[in-house]
Ligand binder design. Sequence first.
Ligand code: PMP
Length: 437
Amino acid sequence: STSRNRSEALYQEALQHIVGGVNSPSRSFKAVGGGAPVFMKRASGAHFWDEDGNRYIDYLAAYGPIITGHAHPHITAAITAAAQNGTLYGTPTELEITLAKMLKEAIPSMDKVRFVNSGTEAVMTTIRVARAYTKRNKIIKFAGCYHGHSDLVLVAAGSGPSTLGIPDSAGIPASIATEVITVPFNDLEGLRAALDAWGEDVAAVMVEPIVGNFGMVMPKPGFLEGLCQMTHDNGSLVIYDEVISAFRFHYGSTQTYAGLANHEAIQPDLTALGKIIGGGLPIGAYGGRKHVMEQVAPLGPAYQAGTMAGNPASIAAGIACLEVLQGEGVYEEMERLTIKLTEGLQASADRHGVPLTINRIRGSFSTHFCDHPVTNYDEAQDTDGEAFAAFFRHMLDRGVNLAPSKYEAWFMTTAHTDADIEATLEAAEESFKAMKN
Ligand code: PMP
């Protein structure tokens, strides 16, 4: 198999200095059998080169932001120009207005925007704003949705249709977890029960309107409509975490996605953004209805600030990325390649008798090693982790880079070509075959 000696050596060195050798636990290979993750040295377009000189076709896309491929020339030029003018001012700049206007135009529920530095910060602040606005404390979230690592949203479900959460991490007080109620995704009755039980304390219902964190999962018809209706009837706010979903499926967000019919009935009060809107540099943003956003300092009593927020390089990269995505037929081409890839993968798995369910939404999809549909977290958990780990390692050895987690999506970029898809399908055919032997 492929030699990755330098990755091995760097991992051993990293372990001595960086906790776990990685700067985000999702980068570790713990979930795919352990050992050294691949240390990448360079990336361009749809490809990575590791420290040993091996090339990989990349479907990780840095967990979503790299939708235009690595080192896209238009984005690189924007970052270079920004850097030459100074990377951080601590004053407002004109380009922040440009990006805010672009976001508002694409996501009409956002009357007002605020830039932060990560998806975590964006989500965390929407909760504070909702609490300030409603003067209530609890939030309802959905099992398996990931909303960053702030205390309140790092709480998982117990079992049962509507349960108070238990912390998913050490260091989160149990008292905080009691402010979070978790219900299954796509389950309006579960939401109903939670609102019946805790309704007058509920500040907000937080949801990934199209899920990206236990596979790619569409809301069932009527789910978002019902969610918005029930939540608003309860005097609570709807928060959409669109950190993954915004600009992923089309130029816009779930709120305006053509795959969902009744846009007026699925408008949230607050939206959290990140990833793609920074073109590969650190960014987050949140926004929403004017009178809700006016809770935020300096206008209102809800405090949120940031030394790095709205920095010129991230803003310039974000604008450049959205400009690329405005190009004619960009999303259609990503979808065309993704259909070719998923159809090929399914046929290949079927040929070798490997159970595989693929959830595809335009240019993104998730692969689940199980033989039934995946519409919620419970169903996603049936994904066979050992089968995925085997597939992951076979694909890596054949030059295909996937996220080292059985739930994680594959992301197409504007840089992938038919040749990449064909090479990936060849690798998959060999991988499925090897898995069966
Ligand atoms: N929300 C969602 C839906 C996410 O997928 C993520 C990150 N994967 C976050 C929030 C947190 O974003 P960040 O890692 O930028 O803090």
